[in-house]
Design a binder for this molecule. Structure first.
Ligand code: GLV
Length: 331
């Protein structure tokens, strides 16, 4: 079996870790497996899979593609693919390829470690804003020891947009530290301690009620440009916006205008329409926007590989893996 790997960030350390984890997992003799007689599995168990760059000559023969941000056409050029696995929770970086083969199953990661990391990032940036971190850091730089009024955060309404595997963990943890949490999702959810909403009326209600707005939505045609001037205008004045979803869900000029007019107090952003964020981008010059380079929840190969191994095993056994992309839904 050949595993083809492609990560547009080019991080060699992470690549080496994936290679080690997958080769070790599949090289381990597993005598409990009933179907060792199958030639592909037998080869696997003896030697471990080949782990190659998907965009190399050897990659053309890959059975499994493990990818983040593959260039358009690369997946289609690998004619033997039996499974495409996203190296992230999102699959938009795969879906945007116009030549994506439509017969090969695509699966995404759903790793509790990422929900944990992303929820901590949301809590960190939200509390930093609400507890005046930027202002106190500025004061400290000038050795100014001066108290500012403390914002009352108990029962402060905050909205989490997207209540999937990550969004619901964020919502639950925000509720646990005393926020009044509203949640919005495309389909109606029911979660203890969260006021769940869906549909256009629920969307309006969340926009109009919450003082902080946290986007964790998957990127689809329906969620593109959702956070725009019209949405910001409905939020209570001086609301805070947090984007841990995707850059394309935000109309960047509209956010800048909303902050500069005082309608929004600021924003913390981990994702951008163009990544890396270009040097000349106006966001760099706006101190009320905190910029994170897509690190709120980096994929952890140690935990995520369990799911990747299970998905490969499922395909080798002729089964469909878990967390398959639903192409009509878009995630
Ligand atoms: C990160 O953005 C991911 O999709 O996992």
């Amino acid at each position: 079996m050949i595993i083809g790997y492609y990560d547009k960030t080019g991080d060699q350390q992470i690549r080496a870790r994936w290679q080690q984890l997958l080769q070790t997992a599949f090289a381990r003799p597993n005598l409990a497996r009933p179907n060792l007689a199958r030639p592909d599995l037998a080869r696997l168990n003896l030697a471990g899979p080949d782990f190659v760059a998907l965009d190399s000559a050897a990659g053309r023969h890959a059975d499994i593609a493990l990818v983040w941000g593959p260039p358009a056409g690369l997946l289609a050029s690998c004619k033997r693919l039996r499974l495409i696995i996203s190296l992230g929770q999102g699959v938009d970086h795969i879906m945007r390829d116009p030549d994506l083969p439509d017969t090969v199953p695509v699966c995404r990661l759903v790793d509790p470690d990422m929900a944990h990391a992303l929820s901590q990032w949301v809590i960190a940036v939200l509390l930093d804003h609400l507890r005046d971190g930027p202002a106190y850091r500025e004061q400290a730089a000038g050795r100014v020891f001066q108290q500012r009024p403390q914002i009352q955060t108990l029962d402060l309404p905050v909205a989490v947009y997207g209540l999937g595997a990550i969004g619901r963990v964020i919502a639950e943890r925000l509720a646990a530290i005393g926020f009044q949490v509203l949640g919005w999702a495309a389909s109606q959810k029911s979660l203890p301690d969260i006021a769940c909403h869906s549909g256009p009326a629920g969307w309006q209600h969340c926009l109009q009620t919450a003082r902080a707005h946290i986007c964790i939505l998957p990127l689809t045609k329906k969620t593109e440009n959702l956070f725009n001037a019209k949405a910001f205008a409905q939020m209570p004045k001086a609301s805070y916006f947090i984007n841990g979803g995707r850059g394309r869900q935000l109309v960047e000029e509209d956010l800048l205008a909303a902050i500069q007019s005082g309608q929004l107090a600021g924003a913390a952003l981990d994702v951008f329409r163009t990544e890396p964020l270009p040097e000349e981008h106006a966001f760099w010059l706006e101190p009320r926007i905190t910029i994170w380079p897509h690190v709120a929840a980096r994929t952890n190969p140690e935990t995520a590989s369990r799911q990747v191994i299970a998905a490969i095993e499922a395909v080798l056994d002729g089964q469909l893996p878990a967390n398959l992309l639903d192409r009509t839904r878009g995630y």
